[in-house]
Design a protein around this ligand. Sequence first.
Ligand code: GLV
Ligand code: GLV
Length: 321
Amino acid sequence: MKPYIFITRKLPEQVVARLTEKYEVKMWDKEDEAVPRDRLLLEAKKADALLTMLSDSIDEELLSVGEKLKLIANLAVGYDNINVKAAAEKGILVTNTPDVLTDTTADLTFGLLLATARRLVEAAEFVKEGKWQSWSPLLLAGHDVHHKTIGVVGMGSIGETVAKRAKGFDMNILYHNRSRKPKAEEDLGAVYCSFEEILSQSDFIVCLTPLTNETKNLFNQESFKKMKKSAIFINASRGAVVNEKDLYEALINGEIAAVGLDVFEKEPISANHPLLQLPNVVALPHIGSASIETRTEMMHLCLENIDLVLSGKKPKTPVTH
Ligand code: GLV
Ligand code: GLV
């Protein structure tokens, strides 16, 4: 019997085709809807490998039913949706998709920063809604990006790549991370700072840290109060790193100027969420790595990891913890 692979979302047939000779491959048949939990549990029971999305909760219960399960290949660099410790205890490998999405995610993050600072979404809607009556000196005037100070919180590969883009905009670069980044310091002039220094000195605070017990709720009432009133906050990591209620309060009280969010505490965020009613909030539907090229590469990397592990070899991009 061929080993069985279950993919929790509909992916392009031609991408998956490379594995169908060697393996029995089944996909959840919807592209825009997550596989129901009971179906996922049934599949986990049968599967040798699962290819999962960041929207699937791979918890202890699911890992326990996976009697034959050898690998969870997550289609994301983040893996906070997986109980990695429980997986390790059961001898189940976990892989993610680092590196292939770094430039693409950095592009989106910097694009979101530009869009938020220069009010691009608001301005584009203004024109399309027929509101443009005349040119005027301060019409939709935003904030400059060039020569300002950016503070990157979470200086992994994506953080460093955002910093590289910031250098091209002549920005002053600060960063905070668990470990120092000598190469970024040397190449980009990035300056290591405490979290508090980042908050008080940055014009743009860009969150790219993974979601862990330490970073959950990192950006809260206290953090927003320490920011400049003119500060613009960008989050392209995970929603739960931010306390959205506190963020909302900070915006309506004028404690910070604007925010650009690609991620939310609960995804999808509901259209009537208070944050989405504010003009100085730019919101995107978690599209950091969403270019056709990069998403396709991520899928191929997941399939490669699955093929390696099911052939008794080491995966290319294991999650280490
Ligand atoms: C996306 O958020 C990812 O972790 O790849
Ligand atoms: C903090 O930002 C960290 O990555 O440790």
